[in-house]
Design a protein. Sequence first.
Length: 239
Amino acid sequence: MVIKCLENYEAISSHAADIVAAAILEKPTGVFGFATGSTPVGLYKSLITCYQRGEITFSGLTTMNLDEYVGLSADHDQSYRFFMQHQLFGHVDVRPECINFPPVSGEPSAFDDLIQDKGGIDLQILGLGSNGHIGFNEPGSAFDSRTRIVGLSSSTIRDNARFFEHSRDVPRKAVTMGIRTILETRQILLLASGANKADAVVRCLEGPQTEDVPGSSLQSHHNVTVLLDEAAATGLTQK
Ligand code: F6R
């Protein structure tokens, strides 16, 4: 695991964009896994700039998003499809038929089959929940879990209420790539920013590997880069 502590959010975003752009250049027909939430917004802005400068193209890529709320329509402004369209996909030349999300109805495991059919995920971008979740794999998720419907924890509902008018509007369920599915990706880029992530960062990176802290499963992956800003890294002892 390579852990880099950078000055601030802007530095994480631009360093992350360098890593993703290099991976796209290396494998222009690759399978790339995307995350939603506040953390990757700066990364996506930087990738749009790279695309506009003609440095990268998304035209050969297949995309696999990590998760989606159950119960919101695809055009709901808080659905993750809507988020990706507005934060990245709508601004670059990714082919719409190559964009994939875990299914909110039907058999969730079809998503794992699709990932396998496409040859596996080359690079997966991850954010980190303040409770240590990755994707919507909440504390207690099995490390060998696959794509499935999950209930959101009360802390995630609280954290995500900032995007909705009322916290009662936050969906209680989501479909998420499983931890095993995430660990099977060839390269992982984990981003965390801000003091509210500091505790989860320590527990993921320096604590024991335990299903109580889903992000701690990443310690067993052979190719993880973690980018932190100073606030998110404050608790680390091995800086
Ligand atoms: C989003 C996702 C979540 C977020 C996490 C952090 O697709 O899977 O695990 O990455 O909840 O969210 P933010 O970045 O909003 O703090």
